[in-house]
Ligand binder design. Structure first.
Ligand code: ZN
Length: 457
């Protein structure tokens, strides 16, 4: 293995540090893929691809890369699959590899091109993480890349997780919008496909999914425009294809956004709580508690409509939870209003690490909660206001339920939180970073003494 430094390029901003690794591709040929500094800079689209290619070459025994679709401006929407329990992984025992080989054979026979879909409840073990749907939310892209980093370059720290779960990560759902936001208009949110009838460009991809899509915003000039029809956008079609095919294996779907500093569960489209809201609340609270113990940052938890104080139709998380019946699905809004959509680069690694700490605990919790959730046996989901409800009595009550306990515990907590402002929290976290690196190492097992430049800048 050979390591080199690559010459820095500069376009008015600091060029990322790049290291390179030589990877044997064939016996006679070696391929060198530079490694962009994923933890300390906002990468451009080409650098994100370069990092994904670096990872898939370096960890080819358990990482695969898929192209899910092509955007209007001809960029690729890509997914990384991190699957430790597979036949190519030489670190597994021969028995395990033989078992995995059987699955691979079945997959090959089926002729499917994407990640494997396996029969049976025991194979419901996929954690699906997506980010970068909203162009300006750069920190979500960096944070999802940090998840990839943790599960590959730091895989030994996460080996238990990898033995039980399979990860699919889409770090940049909306590359056209992201590049436009990086180079033209930092505040851009939608994708970049123009509308035929007007000069206006862009659809909010997170209003374009087929779950009560008709209730979404119809004005093309709005930031939250729902699109011409469900899945009118190449980005959402790309996501639909992989999500629909993996539906039988999905365990926990996580959609990263910013900057609400909150972990939220369905429904977005209506104010009722879903039937299994308790499990979702437990899952979200696990994430919140983990992050608070990591560095004191306080997330809010609750349903999307409750925390955002509005209803949101056609979102991916409602689609995955409501249509595909994934046992668990959450939205995580990273910090924070005071930092804006693009926190300073010094914060990328901090936010990435603290978020991973929360995400990792939620993944473990999702694995533990899986037996308690039987989505096929629950009553039908409620309809949003204004949509006729033929079912009747199928809506889970928002007031009480069978064991008589009051529902929706979020309101009290929101009030309590306002006592300590987000800015104060943030200042305290920065102070903690400077003052106590040793304490952080103790409370945060993600960080080891030989930490490979992944600490705060
Ligand atoms: Zn967003």
């Amino acid at each position: 293995m050979q390591t080199t430094k690559r010459a820095k390029k500069s376009k008015g901003r600091a060029a990322p540090k790049v290291t390179a690794i030589a990877v044997p591709l064939h016996a006679t040929r070696r391929m060198v893929i530079p490694r962009p500094d994923v933890l300390h800079t906002y990468l451009e689209y080409s650098q994100i691809n370069q990092y994904l290619e670096y990872i898939v070459h370096r960890y080819s025994n358990f990482v695969k890369l898929y192209t899910l679709g092509i955007t209007h401006e001809k960029r690729e929407v890509r997914a990384v699959e991190i699957n430790w329990m597979n036949a190519d992984n030489v670190e597994l025992s021969s028995v395990m590899r033989m078992q995995a080989a059987k699955h691979a054979e079945q997959h090959k026979i089926s002729g499917a091109k994407g990640p494997m879909v396996l029969p049976g409840d025991k194979n419901r073990n996929i954690i699906f993480i997506e980010a970068g749907t909203h162009a300006r939310e750069w920190i979500t892209v960096s944070t999802s890349l940090n998840c990839i980093y943790q599960l590959t370059e730091r895989y030994t720290r996460n080996i238990e997780l990898l033995r039980n779960l399979r990860f699919i990560i889409v770090p940049l759902v909306n590359p056209d919008g992201y590049e436009y936001s990086r180079t033209k208009n930092r505040n851009w949110r939608k994708n970049r496909r123009p509308h035929k009838a007007s000069k206006i460009v862009g659809t909010d991809c997170n209003r374009n999914y087929d779950i009560f899509w008709e209730c979404g915003p119809t004005k093309t000039n709005r930031n939250t425009y729902k699109g011409e029809r469900p899945f009118s956008e190449p980005e959402t079609r790309a996501m639909r294809n992989i999500l629909d095919s993996l539906a039988p294996n999905l365990l926990f779907f996580l959609s990263l956004h910013s900057y609400g500093q909150s972990i939220m569960y369905p429904w977005g489209y209506c104010r009722e709580a879903p039937y299994y809201w308790r499990e979702l609340h437990t899952l979200a609270t696990t994430g919140r508690t983990a992050i608070k113990s990591y560095n004191g940052r306080e997330y809010r938890t609750g349903s999307i409509s409750c925390l955002t104080k509005r209803t949101i139709a056609g979102s991916v998380v409602d689609y995955v939870y409501g249509v595909l019946k994934s046992p668990m699905a959450l939205v995580m809004e990273l910090p924070s209003r005071e930092l804006g959509f693009q926190p300073p680069v010094e914060m990328i690694s901090q936010i990435g690490h603290e978020s991973w700490f929360g995400i990792r605990e939620m993944c473990k919790s999702a694995f533990d909660l899986r037996q308690r959730i039987r989505r096929d046996e629950e009553p039908m989901a409620p309809k949003p206001p204004g949509v006729s409800n033929s079912g009747g009595g199928d809506s889970p009550s928002n007031v009480s339920n069978s064991d008589g306990k009051k529902k929706s515990p979020q309101k009290k907590k929101i009030k309590k939180r306002s006592k300590r402002s987000l800015l104060t929290q943030h200042a305290e976290i920065l102070e903690l970073q400077k003052r106590q690196p040793a304490r952080r190492a103790k409370t945060a097992p993600l960080r080891t003494r030989d930490g490979h430049g992944d600490g705060p800048s």
